[in-house]
Write a protein of this length. Structure first.
Lengths: 121, 121
């Protein structure tokens, strides 16, 4: 038997969500999810987040076309972090890279560039 | 040429860090990292975090023995999230699972149990 997990959105009403490529298993990005964003993700099958800088619900790829089709959503042991397993269209990062984690901490660029941001944004 | 990236630790002095298994590429956990935790991680080669509940620097596995040897540290585009690529001893989750993300959002247990927490803690 399974029961829906009660997510702990905490004081600020947001949980971090890791987006992982369902095929390559690359970690693509981390963003924040509100209850509304989670509901929209489940209802539409496309990843939604909450933009803290724009202070609004954010459908990933709404402007760039680089949508994330969500295959599965996992929850961590404390129910305060989500994992989205996604099929990423284009690239996840606004810099044009497949993953936002395209740099080592020493600044070495080890990522794959998959689009030209000047042509997309 | 590479230059060390200036991490944006923000208002609360912490950044989220995703720990990913360097071999299986499974996402193991998400925890928070202070400047001191990052420094300790780089100096020792073992993952350190900052425990918000205990309000202290936390060497992962210090009590359980389930250390994370860090192969690489990546930084995201905004320099406010880290990715630790690790070799995990035992399991990452205090519940005995390999990964903290052992449940689907509908509560289905899809994780692998690798140790008995009653014997470890």
């Amino acid at each position: 038997m399974t029961t829906q997990i009660d997510i702990d959105f905490g004081e600020n009403g947001l949980v971090p969500a890791v987006a992982q490529d369902a095929v390559s298993k690359d970690v693509l990005m981390v963003a924040y999810v509100s209850p509304e964003a989670l509901e929209a993700t489940r209802e539409t099958g496309y990843a939604h987040y909450y933009s803290r800088s724009r202070d609004e619900l954010w459908k990933k790829g709404a402007s760039s076309g680089h949508l994330q089709a969500v295959e599965d959503i996992r929850v961590d042991c404390d129910a305060d972090t989500l994992l989205y397993l996604v099929n990423q269209s284009g690239g996840a990062c606004h810099t044009g890279h497949e993953s936002c984690f395209y740099r080592s901490i020493d600044g070495e660029n080890i990522g794959t560039k998959v689009f030209d941001p000047d042509e997309v944004y």
